[in-house]
Design a protein around this ligand. Structure first.
Ligand SMILES: NC(=O)c1ccc[n+]([C@@H]2O[C@H](COP(=O)([O-])OP(=O)(O)OC[C@H]3O[C@@H](n4cnc5c(N)ncnc54)[C@H](OP(=O)(O)O)[C@@H]3O)[C@@H](O)[C@H]2O)c1
Length: 258
């Protein structure tokens, strides 16, 4: 089980009263044992990040044909970077053993998303198609910008990823599009145009352009190493410990529950 430690600071109110208030500044949660689902690029990046951070331990990585129940049963938190059919199996095991789950898999079908949604009534679960802090901030920023600029501004989202990526447009591009569309009262990705490029080993570039007849506003985000997603997933794992059941996103992890 993870241990919860309180980092305390003392604040001297007045010299005469010598009154000291010990305030719990931050809850530092340590010794979180992680089971990873998916032994690909992201699964490996998460394992490497766990190795470099004493706050986490690695229970093991689930590979095709492996015993998911043994891993999930022994973990404090499960981190899933497999593929959509793998996610179905992982969610079932996490619900069965009542374990918090961080799922970063993109390209899930509506049915698979409904399964995650239903799991959120039984376990604490963070699902996000992009675990980076920068994209979480970008999502907030473009949502606010689009709400202010209104529908007179056309929006284009361009993304470039490595040639191995299977889904297109990327989950991140769709998520940014959905945030912008909903801020303008449109459903899904509304009127937003997407441009997709697959090139070399690019870990992930996104550009959002909002343009009218008289001006053009652009926002860009570039990933320099996919480790950023692993670190975000571990931050989400740490945040999940002790959370009540629910389906959360990185917006909740970084900015508090909506
Ligand atoms: N949320 C984020 O921030 C973020 C960031 C990067 C990537 N992603 C997403 O994360 C997922 C993984 O990305 P990746 O780059 O690591 O892909 P990858 O290198 O292709 O790795 C996927 C791994 O999952 C395994 N897998 C697939 N289906 C499985 C199943 N049914 N049972 C067991 N294992 C299974 C694969 O095994 P096999 O080789 O045997 O098929 C492979 O080891 C993708 O959906 C990607 O879009 C999300």
């Amino acid at each position: 089980m993870p241990t919860v430690g309180l980092i305390q600071s003392s604040v001297s109110l007045t010299a005469s009263a010598k009154l000291t208030i010990l305030a719990a500044k931050e809850r530092a949660i340590e010794n979180i044992n992680i089971a990873i689902a998916g032994a690909g690029r992201m699964g490996k990046a998460v394992a490497e990040s766990i190795e470099q951070d004493s706050a986490f331990g690695l229970i093991g990585t689930w590979r095709r044909g492996g015993d998911i129940e043994a891993l999930v049963g022994a973990a404090d938190v499960v981190v899933d970077f497999s593929m959509p059919d793998g996610t179905e199996v992982v969610v079932e095991a996490a619900v069965k053993y009542k374990k918090p789950l961080v799922c970063g898999v993109s390209g899930l079908s509506d049915k698979q998303m409904a399964k995650l949604d239903a799991a959120g009534s039984q376990i604490a679960l963070v699902f996000d198609r992009n675990m980076s802090l920068g994209i979480a901030v970008l999502e907030r920023t473009v949502r606010n910008a689009a709400a202010t600029l209104g529908r007179d501004f056309a929006v284009t989202i361009s993304e470039t990823h490595h040639v191995h990526k299977k889904d297109a447009p990327s989950g991140t591009a769709l998520k940014l599009g959905e945030a912008i569309a909903s801020s303008r009262g449109e459903s899904g990705t509304g009127q937003i145009q997407f441009e997709v490029e697959r090139r070399g080993e690019v870990p992930g570039d996104h550009e959002v352009v909002m343009s009218s007849a008289t001006e053009r506003l652009s926002f860009t985000h570039s990933v320099t190493t996919r480790r950023v997603f692993a670190l975000g997933a571990l931050r989400a794992a740490q945040w999940l410990v002790g959370q009540p059941p629910g389906l959360y996103s990185m917006q909740d992890v970084l900015f508090g529950k909506r």
